[in-house]
Ligand binder design. Structure first.
Ligand code: NAP
Length: 307
């Protein structure tokens, strides 16, 4: 097992924080782990699950002596966390995060990073709709991308060490700017979540379709949207508040495309519909060819048979 770090401090022990803890235990990456969570309940569950070697109600205490500090809280909470730890960050430590938005992390965390530390924002493109300390598992990052967005002037050695840390979990690593990350993720992740939340809300509001019919016939595409729309509300509120420009840009493009579809349906323009659906299907095939999803029908779900 490779151990690029002596002590990793995980601040926030929800889905991502607990998965990092499990992954370190399973694949290496740090010799010891210290953990911090906001609530007494999360600290209690994390202790019960053994997610760290030491647990701290204070984030400042948790980072003492750590050479890797990972902020695993919602994006909107990371600035205050960084401020809370600034006086106890060890010289040479790497401060990173896992937030789904990167520009806001640079803006909010950057000013609190001491000169003697390295600041390398990060984002593992891996997750589920679950949250909390019990939802983590060690394989979450396997064969998934982790994007690092080091700020200008960051030395190559700490970036290489953090890259090795993520590769140890089976992740692929890509380096890009925070701005580029936010634009790409607005399209690939943030917009789809917005569409899912909105579709589910629209269905729930329909007067002529009763709630029970929405549930009864949800085996269609709607069921997959409800899965996405059950993601953590705090996390997603923070994503949209903190990636406003990029999401609005992508939403504008999406609305234009939607108007094209609406027009084609109104005028019976089957060719436009067919061409757009064909292009969309190619994208799905590309995702499967890149190993980012299964080719099995219905995402590999086996039909449940009642006895
Ligand atoms: P989660 O399961 O809801 O866990 C969030 C953790 O942050 C909890 O331990 C929570 O503590 C703690 N926390 C919340 N507010 C805090 C505050 N003000 N100060 C200190 N700690 C606070 O969320 P998650 O899914 O792990 O998401 C964590 C980060 O990962 C987010 O930035 C998210 O954007 C990013 N991310 C998520 C996914 C995904 O699919 N879920 C994927 C990639 C990246 P309590 O339990 O005590 O409230």
């Amino acid at each position: 097992m490779s151990q690029p770090f002596e002590k990793a401090a995980i601040l926030g022990l929800g889905l991502i924080g607990s998965s990092i803890s499990h992954a370190i235990r399973a694949y290496g990456g740090a010799k010891t782990i210290s953990g911090h969570a906001r609530s007494v309940e999360t600290l209690r569950v994390a202790t019960e699950l053994g997610l760290a070697d030491s647990f701290h109600a204070s984030a400042a205490e948790a980072v003492k002596g750590a050479d890797l500090i990972i902020l695993c809280a919602p994006v909107g909470a990371c600035g205050a966390l960084a401020e809370a730890i600034r006086d106890t960050v060890a010289p040479g430590a790497i401060i990173t995060d896992v937030g789904s938005v990167k520009g806001a992390i640079v803006r909010d965390v950057g000013p609190h990073v001491p000169k003697h530390a390295h600041f390398i924002p990060g984002h593992p493109i891996a997750g589920t709709e679950q949250s909390g300390p019990r939802s983590g598992f060690p394989e979450l990052f396997q064969n998934r991308w982790c994007i690092l967005t080091p700020v200008e002037g960051t030395l190559p050695e700490p970036v290489a060490a953090l890259e090795a840390f993520w590769r140890g979990f089976g992740s692929n690593v890509e380096i890009m700017t925070a701005e580029h990350h936010d634009l790409v993720l607005a399209m690939t992740s943030h917009l789809p979540h917005l569409i899912a939340y909105n579709s589910v809300a629209t269905a729930a509001d329909l007067e002529e379709v009763t709630q029970s019919e929405v549930i009864k016939f949800s085996a269609g595409g709607f069921r997959d949207l409800t899965r996405i729309a059950s993601s953590d509300p705090t996390m997603w509120r923070d994503v949209f508040l903190n990636n406003r420009e990029a999401v609005l840009e992508m939403l504008g493009r999406f609305t234009e495309e939607l108007a094209v579809l609406q027009r084609a349906i109104r005028w019976g323009d089957g060719e436009t519909l067919f061409n757009l659906f064909t292009r969309a299907r190619e994208i799905r095939r590309g995702i499967i060819a890149a190993g980012q999803d299964t080719a099995a029908p219905n995402f590999g779900r086996t039909p449940e048979r009642k006895p």
